[in-house]
Write a protein that binds this ligand. Sequence first.
Ligand code: GLC
Length: 534
Amino acid sequence: MSDQWYLDTVFYELYLRAFQDSNGDGHGDFGGAIERLDYIKSLGVECIWILPHYPSPLKDDGYDVADYMGVHPDYGTLDDFKAFVAAAHQRGLRVIIDLVMNHCSDQHPWFQAARQDRNSPYHDYFVWSDTGQEYADTRIIFLDTEKSNWTYDEAAGRYFWHRFYSSQPDLNYDNPAIHEEMFNIIRFWLDTGVDGFRADAVPYLYEREGTNCENLPETHVFLKKVRRLIDEEYPGRVLIAEANQWPEDLLPYFGNGDEFQICFHFPIMPRLYMALKQADKTPIVDILARTPAIPEGCQWMTFLRNHDELTLEMVTPEERQWMWQQYAPKPRMRLNLGIRRRLAPLLDNHPDRWLLLNALHLSLPGTPIIYYGDEIGMGDDIWLPDRHGCRTPMQWNAEHQAGFSTAEETYFPVISDPVFGYQFVNVALQEMNEDSYLWRTRKLIKTRQHAAALRRGTMEIIPTRNPAILVYWRVLPDERVLCLYNLSMHPQPLGGSLSGIFHDLLHPGKRSITLSPDMELPGYATHWLEMAQL
Ligand code: GLC
């Protein structure tokens, strides 16, 4: 197996609490997830990213880690974790876990010791101030809840630094002991057999006066050490960066191919929604032009949705207002600088829009990741707090608790509204309908996995006079696929100089398509085309 397996793999983001409850306590767990691995495999994805599984008071749903080497009791034991990884591997599925290096929970023994005794070695595990005035140029990320990145701790009699909730004190990377702790944590989990990490919130590890405390050179020095450890001791495992930054600021996270293998491409995501709503490809074409070339063996990770709000940090203030008006008309749909809605509701549950956006996603350069539940078009519950409305139980069937749990009450209610309720949107129903979102997901992934050009090919955008028509080649020396989308709901002239006879990979049984500059494409037309005669 190649060490660069992640270049060809479709990933699946799994929220354990939501997936399957095996012991009837209303919370999903590793035992349940094992039961559902065959389903995951059936999608055609080949790697699962699980959201944080660590012991935690759950003030940030597990991103507030209270023990880096344990498993949250809701999810099971360390043996259950290992059984899950083994069962996934048996099926040819890889598993990566979340690595939360920037901060821990205020319930972590390190912080408890740190606040109680300034002379404790753990005091220096955190970032303290007597005034709470330092690093004033640093933005606040959780704008809706936090007023400052400093919070006063009564026991310590000092302020501590935190980039997220005040229950998540930042770790002090100026203290080499933290590096050693992280290296041990990394080794501990790699020894269980996991295939890598999605590294959470990496731009914020260090603080320096007079900067915005993001993307600092010291951060890259540390991250390169993490990569070196992995390459030397655990070759073939992958490191993925969550850095919500502009493409030019992301480039250093790849280093010279000696830092992260993969970085999430945050800026392209909102522009896919923008382009679709405006029926104008310009936002996509512009951000791709602004995306630099990356070192050999590195890759972008693309996504439509994830467990967080649809972030609008990487757009202009005007674009953000427009996105909110278009996609989050009700105030409860908004959170911080984003939109807390799921994919299908964002697309008004429109099957053609859904197909177009998913096909576009799966044909862009990069490694795609799909958020659990979006493959069946699950809905959201904007009345739940924080980002929980997009983290509701998986809808397996129309039975008790959507087949997720036998409990009377689940951690959050199953969606049961008249459009997205589990009675109408569930795996069992969609299994029986080959035109369902579920089968379309399978087909898109399968087609992508058979067409190397869609995974590895370079991208050549073809200029067209019509802004609604997005068309590009994905090109390898011996294979090329033409991706063609009409972003408008109305029929549109192709408007380019394209011509020729093509087969549609998405509709292999159908007659071939003849392209000509003056032809008209139906609204939301979506094609992956191969030349009939080369
Ligand atoms: C990342 C996670 C998010 C979490 C935050 C703090 O952005 O995706 O869910 O709240 O980090 O750990």
